[in-house]
Write a new protein. Structure first.
Length: 490
């Protein structure tokens, strides 16, 4: 029997059956239609939102989940063509495997642009956030909360022009005891810029910050979230530019340019600050990292042109009261293999007492294998007598006055010598004939690469940079490396 070609009716039936089995992309172009599509979303479905301005009085709400293989994708049909205006953005509750992509959030600062409650594996990618600042309400623009949240990703977005208190991104958790923080989230390849005005004569905006990780009640959670490969530019807000109030977090491979304040390890333990570039450009009120708490590791970081002391090891305080949680003194913290260049306000301040309020001095600090070179204030200042520091194999050099190291220690602890730095690849780095080459001391086995991502063979070099001919993997980030247009195709 000869096979007959499929008839047109059969083909149409096949098409209909196919549509039922595989949810196709659907399109909507008014806020109410979009909400209906969200209400009926299925795994594998893409909801394409047509270009236009959508004025929301209530957030678009999603409680449905995709799967790892078949996420629910909510995206602007044309990248950046969807403007979310009005009073709210998205609220996802109990959702997982969802992607929010390509929007521009311009609504009033009354609710977060994206709020995730008990959500996992939600990706917020390639969006622009610049909420309308007319509503002076404390607000986080992306807020992750709920004790079941974790493993969400915020990547390749632009955040700009925040002027009202709160953070661009805040990660919280359960709102009732036992407190648990969202875990395993990743914030990467974002561009955070323009908090306040780029003007040293204007006051910085207190309470406005780029990122907050947790709160003091949740420090028992070893959260394991990562902030990496982000560019922070002209964020001239709170003294705690990034406020870490949790444990087990990593801040690495980011670039900070002209950002007021410090990356602050305020509460928590075992946090890691690795391989970041800090460029202060000698602007006002700019620091590097401030430390409270125990077990942190700070290594392979590069600091240049800070105007505040680049590194603060803070005292602890037992002060408690409504809303006041004790800050623990810096304890058992490694500051190793970092390079500090021309930090005019001083470089290492140890035993910082918060204007006298914090009494307990730091203990068990390891300050090893760092290069500190500069002029201006003393490079080191011990602010509280009794601060316990193990110094080992640091190189320090004050370009103006040899006496201004700030401490007098044996050469195996702090060697006062010019480290022969040269400028290359955007930073000051050692040359083959530098006295820093091959003379690092101590274990610190976790330091196996340098600030460039190059390997550190045995007999490691002092400072953030290992002198190496292997390819450089990590560079100071520029605008081209981050935000909505970077890494297209990933
Ligand atoms: Ca290197």
């Amino acid at each position: 029997m000869n096979a007959r070609p499929l008839g047109p009716i059969f083909a149409i039936v096949l098409l209909i059956v196919g549509c039922l089995a595989w949810p196709a992309a659907v399109r909507g172009q008014d806020a109410g239609t979009i909400q209906k599509l969200l209400d009926s979303a299925q795994p594998g479905q893409t909801i394409d939102i047509r270009s236009g301005t959508y004025v929301l009085n209530q957030p678009w709400t999603l409680t449905k989940s995709g799967t790892q293989e078949q996420p629910i994708v909510i995206r602007a049909l044309t990248q950046g063509g969807v403007v979310v205006a009005g009073k709210a953005g998205f609220r996802l509750q109990g959702a997982s495997h969802v992607v929010i992509q390509g929007m521009e959030f311009r609504h009033e600062n009354l609710q977060p642009a994206v709020r995730l409650v008990d959500c996992q594996h939600v990706r917020v990618t390639r969006n622009v956030f610049h909420l309308n600042k007319s509503a002076a309400k404390r607000q986080n623009w992306i807020h992750i909360t709920g004790g079941k949240s974790g493993h969400n990703r915020v990547d390749h977005n632009l955040f700009e022009n925040k002027a009202v208190t709160g953070a661009y991104i805040a990660i919280d958790g359960s709102e009732a005891a036992p407190f648990k923080l969202s875990e395993g989230d990743r914030i990467d390849h974002n561009h955070f810029r323009a908090i306040g005005l780029d003007d040293d004569n204007q006051p910085a905006l207190k309470g406005v910050r780029a990122i907050r990780l947790g709160w003091s009640g949740a420090i028992a959670t070893e959260a394991g979230s990562v902030i990496e490969y982000n560019l922070f530019e002209k964020c001239r807000g709170d003294a705690e530019l990034i406020s870490v109030r949790s444990s087990g977090q990593a801040i690495r491979y980011n670039t900070f340019v002209n950002c007021v304040g410090h990356v602050t390890l305020r509460h928590g333990m075992n946090n890691q600050v690795e391989g970041n570039y800090f460029f202060g450009e000698n602007r006002k009120a700019i620091g590097g990292v401030a430390v409270n708490g125990q077990g942190h590791k700070l290594f392979n970081n590069y600091f240049e042109g800070m105007s505040l002391p680049a590194l603060l090891f803070n005292n602890g305080s037992d002060t408690t009261g409504p809303g006041v949680v004790p800050r623990h003194a810096s304890k058992d913290v490694d500051l190793v293999f970092n390079t500090f260049v021309n930090c005019l306000g001083g470089t290492l301040h140890i035993g910082v007492d918060g204007g006298g309020a914090w009494k307990a001095a730091p203990t068990g600090l390891n300050v090893a294998n760092n290069i500190v070179i500069g002029y201006g204030e003393d490079l080191v200042a011990i602010k509280t007598a009794g601060s316990e520091v193990e110094w080992l194999a640091n190189i320090m050099y004050h370009a103006g006055d040899k006496e201004k190291i700030g401490v007098e220690l044996p050469g195996e602890q702090i060697r006062v010598v010019f480290p022969k730095l040269r400028q290359a690849g955007g930073i000051w780095r050692i040359n083959h004939n530098s006295p820093a080459v091959d003379v690092a001391k101590g274990e610190f086995d976790y330091v196996t690469t340098d600030v460039d991502g190059q390997p550190r063979p045995k007999g490691r070099d002092i400072g953030a940079d290992e002198f190496s001919q292997t390819p450089i993997k990590i560079k100071p980030l520029t605008e081209a490396d981050v935000g909505v247009e970077a890494d297209k195709g990933n």
